[in-house]
Design a protein around this ligand. Sequence first.
Ligand code: NAD
Ligand code: TYD
Length: 372
Amino acid sequence: MNKSLLITGGAGFIGSNFVHYWLNKYPEDTITVLDALTYAGNLANLESAQSNPNFNFVKGNICDQELVENLLIEKTINTIVHFAAESHVDRSITGPDAFIKTNIIGTYTLLKAAKKIWIDNPKSEGKSPFEHRFHHVSTDEVYGTLNADDPAFTENTAYAPNSPYSASKASSDHLVRAYHHTYGLNVTTSNCSNNYGPFHFPEKLIPLVIINILNNKALPIYGDGKQIRDWLYVEDHAYGIDLVLKKGKAGETYNIGGNNEWANIDIVKTICGMVDQAFKENKELAIQFPKALSAISDNSESLISYVKDRPGHDRRYAIDATKSQKEIGYKPVESFDSGIKKTINWYLNNTQWWLSILDGSYQDWVKQQYKY
Ligand code: NAD
Ligand code: TYD
């Protein structure tokens, strides 16, 4: 059966990469993106999908239950892949309200709409309940923090979220689980590690560092820079979700990781070295980015600046993806070396994308288009 997917948050970083992955791999399926176009949503991320007749974009909020119900009916949606969220830990510390609204109330609203249309009032002939899947995209941050010698997070690790962001995601995970247990909604959840790749909003560590190097700006390292993250190339994440949708069991959760732990300071130094090397190999870059230190010396590392630590900063995240490997055949394809090279090249070749975010011209354009 062809799928008709509702992708929430499909104009964001991971959602848009997932849309491209899916349209390319399953051209016969239909995709509807529902996205509120917050500061993190960007229609430019979906530009190449716009001309595809199987692709629709709807600007709207996941907290709008009537809108979601209408979309489920009108587009005969049988699969929801739920990415929409407030996703930046630093913003959750200074302004948690939006995280509670979107991540908790928004997920709850989607669950209510899905239950109503798919289970309580199925429109499909002869089938009750409607054959469906609600896939919830979550994070390893719900498991809290690890010490250097602790084993990596498994699906059985107790939840211990430390930031308003991770607490809001943990809450949404519990609601998703409850809708399966109590109402029989066909749900799956994936908890993944830190993603990186194209279309990554430049407030997050990797894109921020690449862009700041090109603009000759400081590279802020929180605290001692020895916090560890397990980096996952975004296309491997899309592949992992694809496997969960195909082979995952209702009510189950699956960890998706990159098997790729790095201390922040090491990753930043690696990126500095790679950008300097790219400038050595391609003299055009010095003309394109005249401000970059790499254009005059190969010393981008001198931009590193240690700053005040993030409050409650989690020390280490690491994913044990054994269950996903054994039960659904998941294994990341990209090595960190190949993934980070692709990512740096993408930022070197897509300057207009990040310039329009930095100078605000993208958001001005959205305001004009949607009159808000
Ligand atoms: P993002 O911030 O880049 O994108 C979020 C998208 O959701 C944006 O397009 C935004 O406009 C949209 N959105 C926000 N609030 C909305 C609302 N109320 N209604 C409709 N749309 C709304 O986030 P991302 O990095 O792509 O993350 C996607 C999902 O993956 C999130 O659920 C996040 O918690 C999870 N995740 C992300 C990472 C990571 O490394 N980025 C790691 C683990 C899990
Ligand atoms: P981030 O990309 O915000 O992801 P998360 O907080 O979800 O892991 O941050 C990754 C790591 O990098 C995290 O330990 C915080 C750190 N960090 C810095 O040291 N400097 C920065 O400017 C940013 C944005 C993050």
